[in-house]
Every structure is written in C-alpha cells, then in structure tokens.
Design a protein around this ligand. Structure first.
Ligand SMILES: Cc1ncc(COP(=O)(O)O)c(C=O)c1O
Length: 309
C-alpha cells in the first residue's frame, strides 16, 4: 500500500493504548504492586503509542510526503512499532539498531517490511543517532522522528498513559517507577501523575551494572531496551524522587517469576520494573500503591539469557 492510498486511521490504531492495569499480589512477600500491561499493544510493546503519535504529528505538520522514508535509531521496540505504523500507513521505514539487539527484533521489523541498519553496540545509542544523521544528510527523503529528543515522546505518556493510570486507580497513586531508554515513559508518566497526585513519588529504575543516572560508568547489562550507555536529553533535569538499581540477574529472575507465578509472558525490562516496584512497596509500606509498566512481550527474547534455562 502507498501512503497516498492508505487510510488516515488504519484499523490497527484502534488496538493501541487503553491497556489494563493489574494488581500483582506477591504472596511470599505479602505485597501488591500494580502493573500496566503495555505488552498488549498490537506490535507487542509500549512503543506503539509513541510511533502512532510521532507519525500523526509529522503528517499534521506537513513533514511527511508519500515517498518519505521514516528513519529512527531504536533499541528495537520503537523500530518494530514504527515499522507497524509505516506498514499500516504506507511509508517505508528504516531503523538503525545495535548489533547486540535480539535477532527476534530484527525479524519482526523485516516481517513488517522495514529495513534495518546495524551499528556496533560499543558506544551506545549515540553511535546509532549519529548514523541516522549521516544517512539523512545523503538522502533527502529520510524523515527523522528523533524519539530521544522529541517532546511528543514524553507528552504522549503524560496525556495518554498517565491519564489511563489515573482513571484506573481512581486518582490514587503513591509511587511510579520505570526504566528509561529515551526516558519518555518515565518523564511523561511522572508529569501526568503529578498533575492529579502532587504527592506521587517518581523513581527511575536502572541496571545496577550501568547506573548512569546514579553517576556510575556504564557497563554491560542484560536489560535490553533500557540504559543504552547514554543519559537521554528527555531525562536531563527531570523531576525524580529517586533511583532504584536492579541487577540484570534480578530483572531476569523477576521476568521468569512473572511468567511462572502470574502467567505473564513479558520481557526483561518488565522484570526489572516489577522488581523495582516490589522493593519500593517494601520500603513505602503495604498500603502504598506502587505502579509500573510491563513494557513488552517475552517472544522477542527467545535468543537472550531470559530463555537460558
Ligand atoms: C523493552 C523496553 N523497556 C523499556 C523501554 C524504555 O522506554 P522509554 O524509551 O520510554 O524510556 C524501552 C525503550 O525502547 C524498551 O524497549
């Protein structure tokens, strides 16, 4: 399908957002945390919200032509989501992605018709962002949504995800915690929740091995999709109440526990988020309502240590 004949509102867009918020009761710990099931978005991750918004905004501002090629640097999930939106709206999509991202991510993008440009992971996201700028300098048809700095990223979570959480909790949230890739989820949800719950405490989850927000040097970790060796611009000066460091092993164990004890097939960053939420629930007390997000599905991790057992 070409962009000139594609529908303005493809049917798959109706499947984006409005995800359930579930209480997860940890009997052994005697604690409950609340998790928003973002893995139920149609391409399987929280990034579907952003991809639709970025493209609709670019169309509204006249930045996309039928022959435009959407080009973005992504740890994989934004790439898959943009590939889905591109397929539904008739745009070509090219994604710059680290060569260490799971092969499943690459397969899903190809299945949706996108092209993948791999870069060496050693220098983190900055390498991929520079690659997109170099490619765009040579090809005028490229359109760069720039998820790492585009204010729409956080705004979409502020006006969408956070509003849903407030509706689903009757406006009572004591703490919100999430890992950061671009920081859009964390900053946007934090801002949106604070509007109605001024006392809500907002925490960043980061891998203990790459705790850059905590001022430490980034090292290898296993929580794919977050902490890409770079503090994203959206997070600079963000209003945070604290940081929860989660070791890769803890994130992997919790992701497996979510599958075995709750029947939730989710990825490693979801495990990290729930491990962080549980730690906060322990610290803040059993009456505190701690909310987090389950970012994506387990199926994109078959080839990773999450399935090594
Ligand atoms: C698996 C996973 N978890 C969490 C995130 C973090 O989301 P954000 O970019 O909104 O910080 C990402 C980002 O791509 C991701 O892929």
């Amino acid at each position: 399908m070409s962009a000139s004949s594609a529908p303005a509102h493809p049917p798959v867009f109706d499947l984006i957002g409005h995800t359930p918020l579930m209480p997860l009761r940890f009997a052994a710990e005697g604690l409950t945390v609340w998790a928003k099931a973002e893995f139920l978005n149609p391409s399987g991750s929280i990034k579907d919200r952003l991809a639709r918004c970025l493209i609709e905004d670019a169309e509204a501002r006249g930045l996309l032509r039928p022959d435009s090629i959407i080009l973005e640097c992504s740890s994989g999930n934004t790439g898959i989501s943009l590939a889905m939106v591109g397929a539904a709206k008739g745009y070509q999509v090219h994604i710059a992605m680290s060569d260490t991202a799971s092969i499943e991510r690459r397969h899903l993008m190809h299945q949706l018709g996108a092209e993948v440009h791999l870069f060496k992971a050693t220098k983190g996201y900055a390498t991929g962002i520079n690659l997109t700028l170099e490619l765009a300098a040579r090809e005028p048809r490229y359109f760069l949504p720039r998820q790492f700095e585009n204010p729409i990223n956080a705004r979409d979570h502020e006006e969408g995800t956070a509003v849903e959480i407030l509706e689903q909790t009757g406006g009572r949230v004591d703490a919100f915690v999430a890992g950061y890739g671009t920081g859009g989820t964390l900053v946007g949800c934090g801002r949106g929740l604070r509007r109605q719950c001024p006392n809500v405490r907002v925490f960043a989850m980061e891998p203990a091995e790459a705790a850059m927000l905590s001022g430490e040097c980034p090292c290898c970790h296993l929580i794919e999709g977050i902490a890409g060796g770079y503090v994203p611009p959206l997070l600079v000066g963000a209003n945070l109440d604290g940081i929860v460091k989660i070791a890769s092993g803890e994130a992997v164990s919790m992701a497996r526990r979510l599958s075995r004890e709750f029947g939730l097939l989710v990825g490693t960053s979801s495990g990290g988020n729930v491990a962080a939420a549980l730690r906060l629930a322990r610290e803040l007390g059993p009456d505190a309502r701690v909310v987090t997000v389950l970012c994506d599905r387990a199926e994109r991790y078959y080839s990773t240590p999450l399935f090594d057992h």
